[in-house]
Design a protein around this ligand. Structure first.
Ligand code: MOS
Length: 736
């Protein structure tokens, strides 16, 4: 079958849902239940624990019950036992036992849900929630990563790192501390739940309607999967926070079942900090041994990160140290430290953002120590293959990223001496760092329907938390079908649709996109076969391989006068549509090691008197395979850089270790970059594709763009000031 012309793919299309969003007509989760016929919706407000650990001794709801409009107060004192039947599978839950809502009197962290008030109005529920009188037998919580004992480590080693470190001519022993970060998406997490008999429908903010939220709810309530439907068409950001089905989703569904009413539950900004997850804090000791030419001989990684007392959360923090550079001897010990906190979760660039920060700052330290240019140092440590698997890289153009970036950013004009460049009161520095993130792919399906009016409906139970899935899938389908972009509608975010993997790990385009590609190809082939076998078609008897489709018109390549159209063809044959289920299944057994790469450059100014850091400009050059939509890719990259600026300079969740309370659980005190913090951010994507990765040739870019940003900034701060801050965020206090 002939290959199709590329029209939409590769072009900078605006988001197909942009108008809906800017006109307020895209229904986000909390919009449901008001405009969608659920007039009887009741409102739920969660009561959180005000101690960091202990037991609930009593719950007095007398005053709360008396508030007009209050329907019910539910807590462990009156909640039914829920099945929590793990036979349905674990979804994305880490090892351990998930927090079971209202099943006992234990308090495991400050802010844990201990009751929910359901009322006719939000105001009544909020008021009554304050009147619920909870008494505790409180204990002292342990929330300080530095002061608590760790679990047994997960270890990795190759070679003999201890021996090699002992004999290395150059040695560095560095300890880094990375703050806890919270996702803080614009849209708060919310759930609307409705029961019809023993069937549950939830509108929920989720990055995984199917094997995530649907499966978790079926597990919790002991229902067959098909009795739970999860709907989530639009997300106002997530960054990983909506990957798990958190306790409040269960609470909303429970409240709806107990009251016999549809229930809406929206977490407050404060509740997002303990009601979902976070990027865990790290203490990371890295020892490096190198020769005088800057070739790394050995690394030893001692990593501690926080987890909860009830689940063990780990992420890919060890991966960069294993594969980013040629390193004959590596030893790693990765220890989780159980604390009286809620469980951490994935946050953009999970594991990689933290691990790469340490590695890339340490390499900058090594470069400075040896007087070698930081980019040259990386060139000297370029691996020939993946040193863990022994596999060749599918594509690895990291050094090309550096070459392009150095040229475009003006790296050659940089005076290598720290503290040597001034602009008035500002010390100016330039730093660079690598970015890397593994390429992910998972099985996915998509249905494609080509209708008699010539339009197509393409559907998959994936999600779009912001990267532009609606648009990229529309582009892929349009080209493969040979129809105009406006003639394709892509639907997602409904567990009734064909299954898709979690919208995470930079794998949506590779996985769902490949399924869309397959489904569209099947439908086009059906149409072409129908035409060449149709005696009434001008294409009757043509070679199917000779037929191309554009703008819904099928035509013979050799004889363009012979043409038919989807509309005429389908109508003439008495069909209402042609359809197929597209599928993508990643190959078993990897032939190549696949990752997305980038080189990030930052120029900062540091106020010599005040220690203020300002980002003057940034550039990142990426090797992420093929770009489906340059506009969306650019917006991903800029968003990742903004997230990285936050990680480097601003974001830090602060806990009061006396009672386990997060003291800055709001957007006034938890700082994120605003427009004034963000100036000249530029991204370049290397041309090309990765044919080993997936049928589309993409390597994924949503995660890698937040990796390498913080170390580029930290290295620029060092270059500006000569001050090495091994703590994130880099604060004014550390620079004074
Ligand atoms: Mo991404 S942290 O896998 O949503």
């Amino acid at each position: 079958m002939s290959s199709q012309p590329e029209v939409a793919v590769g072009s900078a299309k605006q988001r197909v849902e942009a108008r809906l969003k800017v006109t307020g007509r895209a229904p986000f989760t909390a919009d449901h239940g008001t405009a969608h016929g659920l007039e009887e919706v009741a409102h739920a407000v969660i009561v959180d624990s005000s101690v960091g650990r202990g037991r609930i001794t009593s719950i007095d709801t007398t005053e709360a019950d008396a508030v007009p409009g209050v329907v019910r107060v539910i807590s462990h004192a009156n909640a039914p036992t829920l099945p929590y039947d793990d036979n349905a599978g674990r979804s994305l839950n880490p090892p351990g036992e998930r927090l079971r809502v209202f099943q006992d009197d234990r308090v495991l962290f400050f802010g844990q849900p201990v009751a929910v008030v359901v009322a006719d109005t939000l105001e009544a529920a909020q008021h009554a929630a304050r009147l619920v009188e909870v008494r505790y037998d409180a204990e002292d919580p342990v929330t300080d990563l530095g002061a608590a004992p760790a679990d047994e480590p997960v270890r990795y080693s190759r070679g003999d790192a201890e021996e090699a470190l002992g004999s290395a001519p150059v040695r560095l022993d560095l300890t880094y501390r990375l703050a806890r970060n919270h996702h803080n998406p614009m849209e708060p997490h919310a759930t609307v739940a409705r029961w019809e008999g023993d069937r549950l429908t939830v509108w929920d903010k989720t990055q995984w309607v199917g094997d995530g939220t649907q499966r978790e709810l079926s597990t919790v309530f002991g229902l067959p999967r098909e009795q739970v439907r999860v709907i989530s068409p639009y997300l106002g950001g997530a960054f990983g926070s909506a990957l798990r089905c958190w306790p409040h989703v269960t609470i909303a569904a429970l409240a709806a079942r107990e009251t016999g009413r549809p229930v809406k539950l929206v977490l407050t900004r404060r509740q997002l900090y303990t009601g979902t997850g976070f990027r865990p804090a790290y203490e990371y000791r890295l020892r490096i041994g190198a020769d005088r030419h800057g070739r790394v001989l050995a690394t030893d990684h001692d990593i501690r990160s926080e987890t909860s007392s009830y689940e063990t959360f780990t992420e890919a923090v060890t991966a960069p140290g294993q594969t980013l550079y040629r390193t004959p001897h590596v030893r790693q010990a990765y220890r989780t430290v159980p604390l009286d906190v809620n469980t951490p979760t994935w946050m953009r660039g999970p594991g990689f953002a933290s691990g790469v920060h340490v590695l890339e700052t340490a390499l900058d330290e090594l470069a400075h120590e040896l007087g070698i240019d930081p980019i040259e140092l990386r060139r000297r440590n370029e691996p020939e293959q993946d040193e863990v698997s022994g596999l060749p890289f599918s594509t690895r153009r990291l050094l090309e990223c550096y070459a392009v970036g150095a040229r475009e950013f003006g790296w050659a004009e940089r005076n290598p001496t720290p503290g040597s460049t001034r602009d008035g009161n500002w010390l100016v520095g330039i730093g660079t760092a690598s970015a890397v993130c593994e390429t992910g792919r998972s099985a996915a399906r998509a249905s494609v329907q080509l209708r008699v009016d010539g339009t197509a409906l393409v559907q998959s139970a994936t999600s779009d938390m912001g990267p532009g899935t609606y648009t990229s899938m529309t582009q892929i389908a349009a080209d493969e079908l040979g129809v105009d972009l406006d003639d394709v509608v892509f639907r997602l975010g409904d567990s009734d649709l064909p299954p898709a993997p979690s919208h995470s790990g930079s794998k949506t385009t590779a996985s769902v996109g490949s399924a869309v590609l397959d489904g569209a190809r099947q439908v086009r082939q059906k149409a072409v076969e129908l035409a060449v076998a149709d005696t009434r078609s001008p294409l009757y008897g043509a070679d199917p391989a000779d037929v191309v489709v554009a703008h819904g018109v099928l035509r013979s390549r050799n004889d363009p006068a012979r043409r038919d159209s989807y509309r005429a063809l389908i109508g003439r044959n008495g069909r209402s549509r042609l359809e197929a289920i597209g599928a993508y299944v990643p190959p078993t057994g990897q032939s190549h090691s696949m990752s997305a790469y980038g080189a990030v450059f930052a120029e900062v100014g540091v106020d010599s008197a005040l220690g203020l850091v300002r980002i003057r400009r940034m550039l990142a050059v990426y090797d992420v395979g093929r770009i489906i939509n340059p506009l969306l890719a650019d917006s991903q990259a800029v968003g990742g850089m903004v997230g990285g600026i936050g990680m480097a300079l601003l974001e830090r969740t602060v806990t009061d270790h006396r009672d386990g309370r997060i003291v800055n659980a709001n957007l006034a005190d938890y700082l994120v970059p605003v427009s004034a913090d963000v100036h000249d951010l530029r991204a370049i994507f290397l041309d090309g594709r990765d044919d080993h990765a997936d049928p589309l040739g993409v390597k994924g870019l949503g995660e890698v763009v937040q990796v390498g940003v913080a170390p580029a900034i930290a290295n620029a701060v060092f270059h500006a000031t000569g001050r090495r801050v091994r703590e994130l965020p880099i604060t004014v206090e550390a620079l004074l």
